[in-house]
Design a protein around this ligand. Sequence first.
Ligand code: FES
Length: 139
Amino acid sequence: MDALTRRSFICGGAALAALAAMPAVAATGVKTLKNGKTTINLAANKALAEVGGVLELPIKKYGKVAVVRTSKGVKGFSVFNLSCPHAGVIVKRSAEGWVCSPPGHGSEFLLNGKLKVPPANSDLKAIKFSANSKTLTID
Ligand code: FES
């Protein structure tokens, strides 16, 4: 590996680590529609412009929800409920994803909500959504 490649590798690794540690940000530009769906204005939520960006928001019919940018694609998001599937404790951001801290029992989840460490035995519950270049709509 030459010096430039090694530098690129190190910088790239640092960038990924920084993304993983990005804190969740409160949402703005959120509307609840008459049909019960929730829209999020993407331009008003800069956290979702970068892969690894996280937005947390309360939605009446789901409770606390996270929106995570998982890729640069127009539909590159994961939306899921932050209630732990083990016993319902709200998970919190950790350096690498989500953790169910006391009074929870220590389950850990990847940033996209996938189960990493039990005792939970399933992912954080995914929520249906649609997205275009301007708006993400949560069903
Ligand atoms: S409630 Fe989350 S691990 Fe038990």
